[in-house]
Design a protein around this ligand. Structure first.
Ligand SMILES: Nc1ncnc2c1ncn2[C@@H]1O[C@H](COP(=O)(O)OP(=O)(O)OP(=O)(O)O)[C@@H](O)[C@H]1O
Length: 705
């Protein structure tokens, strides 16, 4: 399949009781197309237009969105392609309502499942199997929502040989009817992390990913076609000032905001055609890798909340949407040849690692107590990623087209079945007989856990050893300096006798010299001694100070180190301008710990050292004229002449502002992100926090700059 851009739909929710709708955002349907209009929060006379092929206003229904944008994708899933639908937006903008809905207004998820079964019924294929898996990413860890929450372990994210990312050990349950699904889904949804905030009584504290996978086996053609739809309800970005979050919610919020920010970075990097896409910076992007610039078909639903309160958030959401719509995926059809592969050579069998078959619980009566409908359901628990009746598969990424499939005698329909009801996952304890396959699976998991534990232990041991080595080196260095000082003191204590390290030969030689000949030399030794003493003292102080800073620097990211370095330089400069050269020198040296490769900084340190030593006056170099910050943040705000002119956005997230030019009014396109995105004003903040820290530090008295 050729490149396929992610489709965008925007939905503005109606106001909810207690909310003021001041028409901050509007959905406009015109003959030329539909768009979302948002006034610029910094200049209300400017209107940003966001044209999308699907825009839904507050009166839109769940059915409308499903029919227009999601239902057509079901056929794509049945053609063996992975489809990903995500709901994105600020907290309380209606993501969960859109994806999940409620009993009277079911959302996309229940509708998708109905449509999947409906489509299945129209197919004339012998074997069409559906399975569901459901997981959440809570504080950057993956949890299985199909198992009891209290016992759900953190699931590892892995990558297989084909480069496909999957969540290992994620449960997948075969579903044979809508009713079966509804029951499973209702139970699992209770396991999702939800909490109350000022903005939403039932705010999702995690990103939830529900996957419905369909496997179509054609035994005559010996092929298996696997389609999948991932339905992702993202947690909403949060402004903690508005949500009034407590410490627990704050920690959740930090994880949510971080993962969403990485999502933005991934989209940005994809748009830039960057060589490195930061998928690995969060579990969310790692898991959605296939949906962002990968091999799936994507639909992004941008949820918007009405009113001025959410205006800036809505602009951020729309800005993200504009960037995302340029991301191109390359969908592939996931078809596999099921013919048994020729037997590998004996040597190859010996060399190959043993492949463990998945554990498959085949309860005789899965639905008798819990699930309505025919009792044909089976629960398969992934031993290596999401496991279906046809073998292990990654959970979010399908294998590439025509991937050869390993033949496995344990897989397929003729597997040994196991007694028991399969209800253990819901907390009940069925009596269950384990087969060899199950035992193998359990052993494999235990081995896997043990290997992970040992690796962790090994890593901890390595870190301990490294820390010990560092301490030892520091002690040795101090010892060395001490010895040096002692030996130099020996020199200065006596002009007549030489230090212990002088040899007997030298002594006898010197004794034979005419008297007075060494005096100038010894005098210079004495000078050297006092110089060395003060130098050593200085070095010790610097080392002590440096250690503290080095420790701090070592835990910071490269960009934070740079920022801290810049903040110290800024402080140092202020002190050098006031004439506090010693304080300035200390601060420049601190800065050096954070930016050790900065040549200019080294030069500045030498310059000040020299000035202090020689008692000269220090004349700081003139400050660079920097562009005013406000200009950087607001690169293109309308001037007085422009402010009363209506502004129109163009495709691709640019704002078109008419500007008075030589030939009358010329339109000027300004990239919207430059206007909407906040520029981080770290320097002031950083200086402020450093000042606080510096005030508590002994020895460095820093005044407010
Ligand atoms: N289209 C809609 N029609 C009616 N009510 C809606 C609609 N969209 C959202 N709501 C209501 O708005 C409130 C917030 O919606 P929802 O919980 O879906 O937001 P969310 O974006 O999932 O928030 P969070 O990120 O905090 O989980 C809910 O009470 C929901 O019922």
């Amino acid at each position: 399949m050729s490149g396929h851009k992610i489709k965008i739909a925007a939905r503005l929710r109606p106001k909810i009781p207690g909310e003021i709708d001041d028409e901050g955002i509007q959905v406009i349907h015109a003959d030329t197309g539909s768009n979302i209009r948002v006034p610029n929060p910094r200049d209300l006379s400017q209107i940003f237009n966001f044209p999308f092929s699907s825009c839904y206003g507050p009166d839109s229904t769940q059915g409308e969105i499903f029919e227009n944008d999601v239902a057509p994708l079901i056929e794509v899933v049945y053609s063996g392609v992975t489809v990903t639908v995500f709901a994105y937006g600020v907290t309380s903008s209606g993501k969960t309502h859109t994806m999940q809905g409620n009993k009277s207004e079911p959302g996309i998820i229940p509708r998708v499942v109905r449509e999947m079964f409906h489509h299945k019924a129209t197919l004339n294929k012998a074997s069409v199997d559906l399975v569901v898996s459901y997981m959440e990413i809570y504080k950057d860890e993956c949890y299985d929502l199909l198992v009891q929450r209290e016992t759900a372990p953190k699931l590892p994210v892995r990558e297989n040989d084909a480069g496909q990312v999957f969540v290992a050990n994620l449960t997948s349950i075969p579903i044979d009817s809508v009713e079966e699904f509804d029951l499973i889904y209702a139970r699992a949804s209770k396991h999702r992390s939800v909490g109350s905030t000022n903005l939403n009584n039932a705010s999702s504290r995690s990103h939830a990913v529900l996957t419905i996978e369909v496997t179509m086996t054609d035994s005559e053609a010996h092929t298996t076609l696997t389609g999948k739809i991932n339905l992702v309800d993202l947690a909403g970005s949060e402004n903690n000032k508005l949500t009034g979050n407590d410490s627990i919610r704050m920690a959740e919020s930090a994880a949510i905001n971080k993962s969403l920010s990485v999502l933005g970075q991934v989209v940005h990097a994809l748009n830039q055609g960057a060589s490195r896409i930061p998928y690995r910076n969060s579990k969310l992007t790692r898991i959605l890798q296939d949906a962002l610039g990968g091999s799936s078909v994507g639909l992004l639903i941008c949820n918007l909340a009405p009113g001025t309160k959410f205006r800036q958030d809505s602009l951020n959401t729309l800005n993200f949407a504009v960037r995302t719509k340029n991301v191109e995926n390359r969908p592939v059809v996931n078809e596999r040849d099921t013919r048994p592969q020729p037997k590998p050579h004996f040597a190859a069998v010996q060399a190959a690692a043993p492949r463990l078959p998945p554990a498959v619980l085949q309860p005789s009566q899965i639905s008798s107590n819990n699930l309505p409908g025919p009792s044909r359901g089976r629960i398969s628990i992934g031993g290596a990623g999401m496991t279906t009746r046809n073998g292990p598969r990654p959970s979010l990424a399908g294998p590439p087209s025509r991937m050869p499939r390993a033949s496995n005698a344990f897989m397929g329909k003729g597997r040994p079945s196991i007694g028991g009801s399969g209800l253990a996952m819901w907390g009940e304890q069925p009596s269950m007989q384990l087969t060899d396959v199950d035992l193998d699976e359990r052993i494999a998991r235990a081995v896997e856990a043990e290997v992970a534990r040992r690796l962790k232990e090994h890593e901890r041991q390595r870190e301990r050893e490294e820390a010990e080595k560092r301490v030892k080196e520091e002690e040795e260095e101090q010892q060395r300096l001490l010895q040096q000082r002692e030996s130099s003191i020996t020199i200065s204590d006596s002009e007549r006798t030489f230090s212990s390290f002088d040899s007997q030969d030298r002594r006898s030689q010197s004794m034979s010299l005419p008297s007075g000949i060494l005096t100038p030399l010894l005098r210079s030794h004495r000078d050297l001694d006092s110089q060395m003493r003060s130098r050593l003292r200085e070095m010790e102080e610097r080392m002590e100070m440096g250690n503290k800073e080095t420790k701090l620097a070592s835990v910071q990211s490269p960009s934070s180190r740079k920022k801290t370095g810049r903040a110290y330089v800024s402080l140092a400069r202020a002190h050098s301008e006031k004439g506090d050269l010693q304080v300035a020198l200390d601060l420049y040296r601190k800065a050096e710990t954070y930016v050790p490769d900065n040549i200019k900084l080294k030069e500045r340190i030498l310059e000040i050292e020299w000035t202090i030593k020689n008692g000269r006056e220090f004349v700081p170099s003139p400050r660079k004229v920097r562009k005013p910050k406000s200009k950087k943040r607001k690169p293109r705000m309308a001037t007085t002449e422009e402010s009363d002119l209506d502004a129109q956005t163009t495709e691709g997230g640019e704002i078109e502002i008419p500007v008075a030019g030589p030939s009358g009014l010329d339109p000027v396109n300004v990239p919207l992100k430059r206007i909407v995105e906040e520029d981080e004003d770290f320097e002031e903040d950083q200086v402020e926090s450093l000042l606080k820290r510096a005030r508590h530090e002994e020895g460095v008295k820093v005044e407010e700059v």
